[in-house]
Design a protein around this ligand. Structure first.
Ligand SMILES: Cc1cc2nc3c(=O)[nH]c(=O)nc-3n(C[C@H](O)[C@H](O)[C@H](O)COP(=O)(O)OP(=O)(O)OC[C@H]3O[C@@H](n4cnc5c(N)ncnc54)[C@H](O)[C@@H]3O)c2cc1C
Length: 305
């Protein structure tokens, strides 16, 4: 049975500031994908929770959106409601920092350095939000958010407000109970991290060095989604793609970066199907050459069928 009943559509259309057929491409770092059937941008946790509860009760499908830096949105867009979380508050209390889900990780890295806290410099490499980072244990340069996470406030539609300890979130390399386990569909409201006291100026120097290293080795300034594939145990997806001779391979306007094999770049006008074909080609060719089956890190959302 479809969720698209008259009363559900009336409920969606009655949500304050809701927009219909709202383009999503410009809200993703890939710059690809069709519209959201219904779209809301919200910052207040209670208001977001009320909408999610309403959607759950009515079986209206919804997608939470952060900065859109790990998503491939289908060309036909996303069914139901897309709710973009834009909360940005933060609070420093000694060595703890509590950050709202919509705050960018890069911004949080600078906030920590300004407060003379160390241990979060790596987050300068993650362009997504705190909510998106918890969702799949984002990390780089060998560090991951779970290493500094103290607790996460959240909301489980149908289950109410929650405070999760990191162990309850089943965080692991680009996975969690939110992405693949019993907490699918739950909202991250805020995350509290614990860092170490240190020299903030040194932290800023480290971040500047990491950023310039990245700019040289990855196509950061292009339209992309970061790493397309997870690194298989003991190896690197970029190395495997390169070894398969696929750097520079293309489908339409989507091309595997000649700079880094684990990046697909939208040269302008690439479709989600172009990217998907390229992903499928990489998986097949890497498997043929090495026997390793690469798993996408990018999440494909929306109407693919
Ligand atoms: C140039 C570039 C470099 C990158 N480098 C890295 C890197 O070094 N390491 C790394 O880990 N990632 C990296 N990424 C990927 C990306 O930044 C991370 O995966 C990030 O955590 C995604 O956050 P987001 O806010 O963009 O989430 P989105 O892409 O908007 O969403 C991703 C998923 O998170 C969910 N989500 C978002 N907010 C919430 C919330 N509040 N509650 C519950 N679920 C939520 C969404 O529903 C969706 O399923 C990179 C991306 C780019 C473009």
């Amino acid at each position: 049975m479809t969720w698209r009943t008259r009363s559900n559509l009336a409920w969606l259309r009655g949500l304050p500031a809701v927009r219909e057929d709202e383009p999503l491409a410009s809200r993703t770092s890939f710059g690809i994908g069709g519209p959201a059937e219904f779209f809301l941008e919200m910052s207040r946790a209670e208001a977001i929770e009320k909408v999610l509860e309403g959607a759950k009760e009515r079986d209206v499908p919804y997608l939470l959106l952060g900065a859109g830096t790990n998503l491939l949105v289908a060309d036909r867009g996303v069914e139901g409601l897309v709710l973009r979380v834009v909360s940005r508050e933060h609070e420093v209390d000694g060595t703890r920092v509590k950050a709202a889900a919509g705050l960018k990780m890069m911004r949080l890295a600078r906030i920590a350095a300004d407060a003379n806290l160390r241990g979060f410099e790596w987050a300068i490499g993650v362009p997504g939000t705190v909510g998106g980072a918890v969702y799949q244990d984002a990390g780089c340069w060998g560090k991951e958010i779970r290493e500094v996470l103290v607790e996460v406030e959240g909301y489980l539609p149908g289950g109410g407000k929650k405070t999760w300890k990191p162990s309850e979130l089943q965080l692991g390399y680009r996975t969690s109970a939110l992405r693949e386990g019993p907490l699918r569909g739950a909202l991250v409201v805020s995350a509290t991290i614990r860092l170490e006291r240190g020299d903030g100026e040194l932290a800023k120097e480290v971040m500047a060095r990491l950023t310039s290293e990245r700019n040289e080795t990855q196509p950061i300034k292009t339209k992309n989604c970061g790493s397309v594939f997870k690194n298989p145990p003991g190896d690197s997806a970029g190395r495997l793609v390169q070894a398969a001779g696929l750097k520079g391979a293309r489908e339409g306007k989507a091309v595997i970066s000649p700079l880094h094999g684990n990046f697909i770049v939208n040269e302008g006008g690439a479709t989600a199907v172009d990217v998907r074909h390229l992903i499928d080609r990489v998986i097949a060719e890497v498997k043929r050459r090495s026997g390793i089956v690469l798993e996408p890190e990018v999440e494909m959302v929306g109407r693919w069928k």
